[in-house]
Write a protein that binds this ligand. Structure first.
Ligand SMILES: [Zn+2]
Length: 144
C-alpha cells in the first residue's frame, strides 16, 4: 500500500501535465513499514532521456544521490519513484520492469491523456533479486 498526502498526489499529477507530451519522473521520499509506504515528500527529477522522452524516463544518478542524502538528513528514505505515461495507460511497460531495481519500493505511474492527468496506479517491486522480482498492483491511499 502506498499512502500519500493529497498535496503530494496533486503535485505528481501536475508534474505529468507540465511535461506533457514528454514523460515526467521523480522520487518519493518517506517511511516504509513492511508493505506500507508513507510518502512525506516528492522530488521532481529531470528526464535525462533525450532519445525518446515521450515513452522513456531516466533519473540522473546525481539527482538520485542528492535526493537520498536529503532524505537521510530528515530521517526518511527513498520509498518509490513516479513517472507519467503520455497518452498511454497507467500500467507498467516491459522497459519499466527491466529498469526497476529498487525492491521494496513503489513505482507510481500516472497516465496523461491529451495533457490532462488521468489514472494514477502504483506497483510494488517485490522479490529478493533481479531474477525473481515482480511488479505487483498495490493500493494507493490519498489522505487529505
Ligand atoms: Zn513507464
Amino acid at each position: 500500500m502506498l499512502k500519500l498526502k493529497q498535496s503530494d498526489y496533486d503535485e505528481i499529477r501536475h508534474h505529468g501535465e507540465q511535461t506533457y507530451p514528454h514523460e515526467c519522473c521523480g522520487i518519493l521520499l518517506g517511511i516504509a513499514d513492511g508493505e506500507e509506504r508513507m510518502v512525506q515528500a516528492t522530488v521532481r527529477c529531470h528526464n535525462t532521456r533525450t532519445d525518446s522522452p515521450r515513452n522513456r524516463y531516466h533519473i540522473d544518478p546525481g539527482e538520485l544521490v542528492r535526493a537520498q542524502r536529503a532524505a537521510h538528513e530528515r530521517g526518511i528514505d527513498i520509498v518509490g519513484f513516479y513517472h507519467s505515461h503520455p497518452d498511454h495507460p497507467a500500467l507498467w511497460s516491459q522497459t519499466d520492469f527491466n529498469e526497476a531495481h529498487w525492491i521494496g519500493c513503489s513505482y507510481l505511474i500516472t497516465s496523461v491523456e491529451q495533457g490532462r492527468a488521468a489514472l494514477t496506479n502504483s506497483f510494488a517491486l517485490t522479490g529478493s533479486s533481479e531474477e525473481d522480482k515482480a511488479l505487483v498492483d498495490e493500493e494507493v491511499v490519498v489522505e487529505s
